[in-house]
Design a protein around this ligand. Structure first.
Ligand SMILES: [Zn+2]
Ligand SMILES: [Zn+2]
Length: 335
């Protein structure tokens, strides 16, 4: 009876399957399905590789192994590993820190497939001694996550919350290079969400509103800033207007002469070109972010489309945090 070597009913998430019998007879039938490759290994080394088709194992199609067994036609020892070349989907999620050491959580989906089965077996399966599909899957997920953590931590919190598309694209390219080293192709990566603590969300909010990253980052806590700005003056509106520039070293805007540069979206942004006042009828719309969830919201929105929170505004339309008595941007009193 002829031995048939075949990966029967591969599971949805199975990347590899090791044929349990390691004594192979010449003349055995090897069935390799579409999107599969069969790799012959011995002592951790890869010999012959056979692609899709029905193969009768002969000295012709296994030349390297045949050479190894010394041209003998008796049964030989080899490990046969089937590798699936299909595309797989994985979910990820983890925690890292931004450049400013802000804690960030992230999660999403990625898609990958084996691009180079020999490199993959060398680096992952044989290299890590992972002969079980679920161990391989775990290894790949951990590898992905480690790369994600490392690459994300090179960005600032403003980038993560305001320029997530740009960050995703750049991180994806780096992760693709990481995967290539394992013989894998990272087909796509989707970052579905990033999040941070309440405190950092507020800090981010102040940063976006005031444009002064340094002042905000130097505050021990944002509560301190909010407390200062929200102080009931018992006095006049004027207190708030004076207080704001003190905190952020940024002149109160409405009263300033025309030479004043427009507020920057954040400290790292390149300075806007100085324009003659006549040709600049209005300030360019500044990207607004929700102080509650940190996501960009449409200009003038009354409610955040992401978290549904009501967006409070000063009479001049600036977003103000809950409980603030004065606008942190223009100093106007909040009713
Ligand atoms: Zn929101
Ligand atoms: Zn205002």
């Amino acid at each position: 009876m002829v031995e048939v070597i075949e990966w029967v009913n591969p599971g949805e998430d199975e990347i590899i399957w090791r044929y349990p019998n390691e004594v192979i007879k010449w003349g055995a039938q090897l069935i390799v399905h579409e999107y599969e490759v069969a790799v012959f290994m011995r002592d951790g080394k890869i010999y012959d590789v056979l692609g899709p088709g029905r193969h009768t194992l002969t000295t012709q199609n296994l030349p390297l192994l045949y050479k190894l067994v010394g041209g003998s036609n008796s049964p030989f020892k080899a490990t046969i590993i089937f590798v699936s070349m299909k595309q797989f989907q994985g979910r990820y999620g983890g925690e890292t820190q931004t450049k400013e050491l802000a804690p960030v959580k992230y999660y999403g989906v990625y898609w990958f497939k084996v691009a180079d089965p020999v490199l993959f077996i060398t680096e992952v399966v044989g290299g890590q001694s992972l002969y079980d599909a679920s161990d391989v899957t775990k290894f790949i997920r951990a590898y992905f996550n480690e790369g994600m953590m490392k690459h994300l931590s090179a960005y600032s919190i403003v980038d993560l919350f305001q320029n997530l598309d740009m960050v995703s694209t750049q991180v994806k390219i780096k992760l693709m290079e990481d995967f290539r080293r394992l013989g894998l192709e990272l087909v796509d990566v989707k970052i579905e969400g990033v999040n941070t603590t309440d405190e950092w969300r507020q800090r981010l909010f102040w940063l976006m509103q005031t444009g002064n990253a340094q002042a905000v980052m130097q505050m021990d806590t944002v509560k301190q800033v909010a407390a200062e700005l929200g102080k009931s003056p018992g006095a006049s509106v004027g207190t708030g207007m004076v207080l704001v520039p003190q905190l952020f070293q940024q002149p109160a805007q409405p009263a300033q002469p025309v030479q004043q540069a427009p507020a920057q979206p954040y400290a790292g942004a390149p300075p806007a070109p100085q324009q003659p006042q006549q040709t600049a009828p209005s300030q360019p719309a500044q990207q607004e972010i929700c102080p509650y969830c940190g996501k960009p919201i449409p200009p003038g929105a009354r409610f955040c489309p992401y978290c549904g929170h009501e967006i409070k505004r000063c009479p001049n339309g600036h977003i103000v945090p809950e409980g603030a008595k004065f606008c942190p941007v223009c100093g106007a009193k909040i009713e």
